[in-house]
Design a protein around this ligand. Structure first.
Ligand SMILES: NC(=O)c1ccc[n+]([C@@H]2O[C@H](COP(=O)([O-])OP(=O)(O)OC[C@H]3O[C@@H](n4cnc5c(N)ncnc54)[C@H](O)[C@@H]3O)[C@@H](O)[C@H]2O)c1
Length: 333
């Protein structure tokens, strides 16, 4: 069988993890790398075993030798790049958030025809899957509620050195759209269809440096009648493990990063613990698993399960927080 030919756009921090995963996959060949900064493109191409590189991503749109494109660029570029590539018939795997605006995300879904995947790698964690199965099979009774929290640390230099973080036009938001979107996605993945969100976003620490929020909280209400309480901040002194708790009628499942504890009537059991890995632990460690599974879908010519429709609720929810923060009213989802 011919190898699937892949290109990657955006050679910053996260691209290293994509290239690492791609070079370990059989039947997949990274043929070109793109960045506006030549040195970065060259360096990533070397990591990929010396593949070609370009400074112009639009080369990929009309290139018949490229089947799949990974988008690892700043948020505001995800939608225009994905839309052009999808319209040209390519498969696209984009980093989170799928877009920085809901309308752009909806346009991506409209043109995708089952060819779009979004990186929410934490859904692949063993701990996430354990909680999801408990929700679905009802082994602890009904799910009564969820909570999630993110206490991370981001310096002024993290924003000022990037050229795109910290500004509404290029990042599309702050801690919600960038760091804690994964946790919102997990709450939505576990809680099912959300009907409304009410919350608040503010810049508590870095208001002299960034336009966007460094702190936010919200209440998500689900069709099932349960709620999820959520808090996220980049103002803490360290990157602490993300916490998610799922409270059932007969048990509580408590997640710290990838360590999962199960409490049944006060008897606490360790279900799984954080995997040792070179990948930044607070990102989660699921990139390799997600990318492998994405290519299984490509090979079998079927849609990837974390597609635009599956990724959209997290974007809608966080944009709802921005709106409800202004109006002080719940936003319907
Ligand atoms: N899934 C995760 O856990 C995770 C973790 C980190 C980052 N990310 C996401 O990955 C994306 C990139 O993040 P990063 O930290 O690597 O950012 P980064 O700033 O380190 O890298 C972005 C790269 O894109 C390049 N670029 C910008 N405009 C371009 C253009 N027009 N054409 C080609 N290249 C262009 C920049 O030169 C830069 O090298 C973001 O969407 C981010 O949210 C996801």
């Amino acid at each position: 069988m011919d190898a699937i030919r892949v290109a990657l756009i955006g050679c910053g921090g996260i691209s290293r993890v994509h290239v690492d995963a791609l070079t370990k996959l059989e039947g997949v060949r990274l043929v070109s790398i793109c960045d506006l900064i030549e040195e970065r493109a060259r360096e990533r191409a070397a990591q990929a075993g010396g593949c070609a590189y370009t400074l112009n991503w639009q080369d990929y749109v009309a290139d018949p030798n490229i089947d799949v494109v990974h988008i690892c660029t700043p948020h505001y570029l995800h939608a225009p790049m994905a839309i052009a590539l999808l319209k040209a018939g390519k498969r696209v795997l984009t980093e989170k958030p799928m877009a920085s605006e809901v309308a752009d995300a909806e346009e991506m879904i409209r043109v995708s025809d089952g060819r779009l995947g979004v990186v929410f790698q934490n859904r692949y964690n063993q701990s996430t899957q354990y909680i999801k199965q408990a929700v679905d099979d009802g082994r602890f009774g009904k799910l009564l509620g969820l909570r999630g929290s993110v206490f991370w640390h981001r310096t002024p230099e993290y924003y000022t050195s990037s050229g795109w973080r910290g500004a509404w036009a290029t990042e599309g938001g702050g801690v919600l759209i960038n760091q804690s979107i994964h946790t919102l996605d997990l709450l939505l993945y576990l809680g099912g269809k959300a009907v409304s969100v009410k919350g608040s976003a503010s810049c508590d620490l870095l208001y002299d440096t960034i336009e966007v929020e460094d702190t936010a909280h919200c209440l998500l209400r689900f069709e099932s009648g349960i709620n999820a309480s959520f808090y996220a901040t980049n103002t803490y002194c360290a990157d602490m493990p993300v916490e998610v708790e799922a409270k059932f009628e007969r048990a509580t499942l408590h997640l710290f990063a990838e360590t999962l504890l199960q409490d049944v009537d006060g008897k606490v059991e360790l279900i799984c613990s954080s995997a040792a890995t070179g990948e930044k632990a607070y990102w989660g460690t699921g990139h390799a698993a997600l990318i492998r599974d994405f290519y299984k879908a490509v090979r079998e010519n079927r849609p990837f399960w974390i597609d635009g429709a599956s990724a959209l609720p997290a974007l809608k929810a966080l944009k709802g927080v921005y709106e409800s923060s202004k109006t002080a009213k719940p936003v319907l989802l």
